[in-house]
Design a protein around this ligand. Structure first.
Ligand code: ATP
Ligand code: MG
Length: 637
């Protein structure tokens, strides 16, 4: 018996049970995993400190659930299909058997290099199978991984290594992204000048970029593997972990402030990612699933590695970018590997949509059955394009709302099971109890309302602390409202009780007493055929309280003024005159984090005319964009 729910009635029943008796509900789900010893208590919690413990007293190792337990029935099933950056290079397939063998080998390597249970290991690798292998090998030995996205600078890596006091770094000589080669090892060398805690660096060969190896510190991945191979017995018994032993640290993307080292623990995270993967995507045993995220982000942790593997799925992992060699690359991958489930981000959808439909010509997308979106509110136009052009009009879209801190998806339709509305994340998953709070700290119980989104009750995948600073965790998430986890997101619940995320709370504007979500205005602007993308922020306005400032990327063909007028008309028609931007500034590009999120706090500063202190911009993809926007903004003064 599986824990997958396949009808809407069954969803409702599961949801009701998860609220009336959460411990019985999650206890039954946990029975579908492999434990070395069962728990004594399903849940102990308080949101004051906070102190959250799931499946206390149990012993397990997550890699036995992701690998060993599939070997007898499914050992030859592909676990990972890896698609390289360059389509001319051969792809790689790792079956469950092969992946387990590689993870065990590399666990030996970690052990030989003095890594012990509880040690922190920084992983800074491109999207190659060894990234998944290294991650799982850490989990096998009980070391805590901290994966740092392969696009980050030396400074960002050093900050993260120092925060977690990592003992070992795993990197590669270089990595390929589109037509660029990233010199990862050189960047690590720069970072390590500032890091005292690192004793050892393991370097994988990928790009054959020349590197300098520091004697006594740096070793090659391949050399370490050959040493292990000569040792004989290659099995590596999985370390016995407590339920609440930390599994990993992952830093948030930093779109609202300095990144936080979010800590996830073992048992709850495993149960939650496995359960949500199976249910949200309605994964069937023969399906090929492709999540386009990078393992450097939570989406990759939960829905490329741990969730799919714990469910015995086939997970496609892509090294490159959606626009290399051209904007048809995702569709080529779908056709080549006969992808059934595609999980991607609005930022990718919008950018591919802007390249035009010619990149879809002659692409065989007939294998697609289900689509997913994550990372930002998805605007209606992008939703419709995704549905029609990629899903052929009949593949359900699941718009999944969640955060690094959540471990897994919290609000989303179950693909093909729950109803959908473009731009809506719809309903909470079983076990998730969302609520909307007003400015006075009161819960709003009615429908057709907007409020600050909180979660009332623990779910197994939630964060336990922020590394080295429990007080920051308490302050950031558990102090705004008593006994609630505060998400920081604004949300609209429609008359039927369906949820629509409107963006960050500080992105909800108050214009002449009307609450307007930035996403709503962006949605309307993006409907204009010349507009590629837009970002809305508020700024102090002497009459309205807040004015609306729009940054717009558009092909206005030199007719700026006409396009502006058309945009204003579009907004008036779709939302009303109240939502008309006071300022429209055309920009070449928007400041985005490396995970593709718009850094609205910078745009807000520019709109406010405060141009001195932009805070931490180290996670920006291209910091030079900020100067260009600033120049443009001067012209509006
Ligand atoms: P930081 O917390 O450091 O500012 P971040 O919040 O950008 O970084 P993530 O945890 O990756 O880092 O992003 C979570 C946020 O992304 C959510 O709080 C929400 O604002 C947004 N988000 C994610 N998925 C969706 C979705 N499906 N619809 C709307 N918004 C989404
Ligand atoms: Mg956040």
């Amino acid at each position: 018996m599986s824990f997958q729910i396949n009808t809407f009635e069954a969803y409702q029943a599961a949801y009701d049970k998860s609220v009336s008796d959460p411990e019985a509900f999650w206890g039954e789900i946990a029975e579908h995993f492999f434990w070395k010893r069962k728990w004594t208590n399903v849940l102990n919690w308080n949101f004051k400190e906070p102190d959250i413990r799931w499946f206390d007293g149990a012993k397990l190792n997550i890699t036995e659930n992701c690998l060993d337990r599939h070997i007898y029935s499914n050992g030859d099933k592909p676990a990972i299909i890896w698609e390289p950056n360059d389509p001319q290079e051969a792809h790689r397939v790792l079956t469950y058997k092969q992946l387990l063998a590689k993870v065990e080998q590399f666990a030996h390597v970690l052990k030989n290099n003095n890594v012990k249970k509880g040690d922190r290991v920084c992983i800074y690798l491109p999207m190659v199978p060894e990234l998944a292998i290294a991650t799982l090998a850490c989990a096998r030995i009980g070391a805590i991984h901290s994966v740092v996205f392969g696009g980050f600078s030396a400074r960002s890596i050093a900050d993260r290594i120092n925060d977690a006091q990592c003992k070992l770094v795993i990197t590669s000589d270089g990595g390929f992204r589109g037509n660029k080669v990233l010199e990862l090892k050189n960047i690590v060398d720069d970072a390590l000048v500032q890091c005292q805690s690192v004793e050892r660096v393991i370097v994988l060969t990928r790009s054959r970029t020349p590197v300098s190896m520091i004697k006594g510190r740096d070793v090659w991945w391949e050399d370490e593997i050959s040493k292990v191979e000569t040792q004989g017995n290659l099995a590596f018994p999985a370390e016995e972990m407590d339920s609440e032993d930390p599994l990993f640290i992952l830093y948030t993307s930093g779109s609202t402030g300095t990144p936080k080292g979010v800590v996830h623990s073992t048992a709850g995270y495993m149960v939650y990612t496995g359960y949500t993967f199976s249910n949200v995507f309605q994964y069937q045993p023969d399906e090929i699933y492709f999540c386009t995220a990078d393992i450097g982000w939570i989406t990759g942790h939960s829905y490329i590695v741990y969730g799919p593997l714990s469910q015995g799925a086939t997970s496609v992992m892509f090294e490159g970018i959606p626009t290399f060699p051209d904007a048809g690359r995702f569709w080529d991958i779908v056709a080549k590997h006969k992808v059934n489930i595609l999980y991607t981000a609005p930022t990718a959808i919008r950018s591919l949509m802007a390249f035009g439909d010619e990149y879809l010509e002659n692409k065989d997308l007939s294998s697609i059955r289900k689509l997913g979106s994550v990372g930002e509110p998805i605007n209606e136009e992008a939703w419709n394009w995704f549905s029609e052009k990629i899903g052929g009009g009949n593949a359900p879209i699941t718009d999944t709302w969640w955060q690094t801190e959540n471990g897994g998806i919290l609000i989303a339709p179950l693909a093909g099971v729950s109803p959908t509305i473009p731009g809506y994340a719809m309903l909470p998953l079983p076990g998730v109890q969302p609520c909307l709070m007003d400015e006075n700290g009161k819960e709003i119980v009615e429908n057709d309302v907007t409020g600050n989104l909180c979660i009332k009750f623990p779910w197994p995948g939630m964060l336990r602390t922020t590394w080295g600073d429990h007080e920051r965790c308490q302050k950031t998430y558990f102090s705004t409202y008593e006994d609630m986890y505060f998400t920081g997101d604004g949300c609209y619940r429609n008359k039927d009780g369906y949820y629509r995320i409107t963006g960050r709370v500080d992105d909800v504007l108050n214009v002449s007493g009307h609450r307007i979500g930035t996403a709503e205005v962006e949605n309307a602007i993006n409907m204009h055929s010349d507009v590629v993308e837009s970002a809305i922020v508020g700024y102090p306005h002497s009459v309205k309280g807040q004015g609306i400032y729009a940054y717009v990327i558009a092909n206005h063909h030199g007719k700026e003024e006409d396009t502006k007028q058309n945009i204003l008309q579009t907004v008036t028609r779709l939302i009303g005159a109240i939502a008309k931007p006071d300022v429209i500034q055309f920009v070449e590009d928007l400041p985005k984090t490396r995970s593709g999120k718009i850094m609205r706090r910078i745009l807000r500063k520019i709109a406010e005319g405060d141009t001195d202190n932009f805070g931490d911009t180290s996670t920006l993809l291209d910091p030079s964009i900020v100067d260009k926007i600033l120049e443009g903004a001067q012209a509006h003064k």
